[in-house]
Write a protein that binds this ligand. Structure first.
Ligand code: ASP
Length: 335
């Protein structure tokens, strides 16, 4: 296992498999009356969130608590960064207290990579700008596998605001490593630049016509459809004429869902949340039997337990942590 989880590219297929397998065991804790195992007793995990979050932050906190770690939440607004302290000073200050792991969400792509170079603790990327969100990709894979079985040879279509999506970037790596075929669909304005050479290099396909990809003449049947949120907070200009036109072209409407279900009754629908109901996904689709949205949330706790376990207490994580020497001068001089 890597020391940090900054990108899905830190995990090869075997490491992904190990994390997903352990998550299956961790998931069982959720159904116990007493949700507590001693695995991370005595470890301290800092959730440092500079961007808003409901699912990711609470599931990391629950994951740590169920494994008996001490988890502490710090938000950008409530920390000294609001007084002008730099990210480097903030994380080095907390690191000097001897914490074991940082779970970080930050608006800047690459922020977690930087933090990993500044601290002794393990760093887990909980979403950095438009770059990556590896634990989301892991929980998506876990959820889809529970319903579909192995993803090897399955076809996953990822639709929506691809330009701003860290979920997309992590999922592309993860799904390709697990052997799935991937098709991306978005209006040209929400397609990341350089997508053609990227698709060529990483072996996925790209389309602009959602109905053609989902059920057009000769189209490869879709096993899982992942709808991405339109990230209005990251948009500075107009990426599509009106919300209505976006929905008509790229939304999972009730009619589209009905057509899809006729073609493949087993199809599953994912969305990382939070959903813009009525924009990229209709309420009917969000709540349909095919929707795995709440299964994804449930899996989020198990997968994050597994990641924390493997990084902090797994075969190399535990030994590594014990051998760590704090960076602060005080610890050095006391030696
Ligand atoms: N919750 C996910 C993220 O933080 C997806 C989203 O916000 O659209 O990236």
């Amino acid at each position: 296992m890597p020391r940090h989880l900054l990108s899905m590219s830190d995990l090869d297929a075997a490491a992904i498999r190990t994390i997903l397998d352990t998550a299956t065991q961790m998931h069982e804790v959720q159904h116990r009356e007493v949700k507590k195992i001693p695995t991370l007793r005595g470890r301290t995990i800092i959730n440092l969130f500079f961007e808003d979050s409901t699912r990711t932050r609470s599931s990391f906190e629950i994951a740590g608590k169920w494994m008996s770690a001490d988890t502490i939440n710090i938000t950008g607004k409530g920390s000294a960064t609001s007084k002008g302290e730099s990210l480097r000073d903030t994380v080095r200050t907390i690191d000097a207290m001897g914490v074991d792991a940082f779970v970080i969400r930050h608006g800047a792509s690459g922020a977690c990579h930087q933090v990993a170079g500044w601290v002794d603790a393990h760093v887990i990327n909980a979403g950095d700008g438009t770059h990556e969100h590896p634990t989301q990709a892991l929980l998506d894979a876990y959820t889809m596998e529970r319903r579909l079985g192995s993803l090897e040879g399955r076809h996953v279509a990822i639709v929506g605001d691809l330009t701003h999506s860290r979920v997309l970037r992590s999922n592309l790596i993860s799904l390709r490593r697990l052997g799935a075929a991937v098709t991306l669909v978005a209006p040209p304005t929400l397609m990341p630049s350089g997508i053609t050479s990227w698709a060529h290099r990483d072996g996925f396909t790209v389309g602009h016509d959602l109905d053609a990809v989902l059920g057009g003449e000769g189209a490869r049947p879709v096993d899982a459809l992942m709808m991405l949120r339109v990230q209005k907070e990251r948009m500075s200009g107009g990426y599509f004429p009106t919300a209505r036109e976006y929905t008509v072209g790229y939304g999972l409407t009730r009619d589209r869902l009905a057509r899809l279900t006729d073609l493949n009754p087993e199809i599953v629908i994912c969305h990382p949340g939070p959903m813009n109901r009525g924009l990229e996904i209709s309420a009917d689709a969000a709540d349909a039997a095919q929707s795995l949205v709440l299964d994804q949330v449930s899996a989020g706790v198990a997968v994050r337990m597994s990641v924390l376990y493997h990084l902090l207490a797994g075969a190399d994580g535990g030994a590594d942590a014990a051998a760590r020497v704090p960076r602060s001068a005080w610890a050095g001089s006391a030696a």
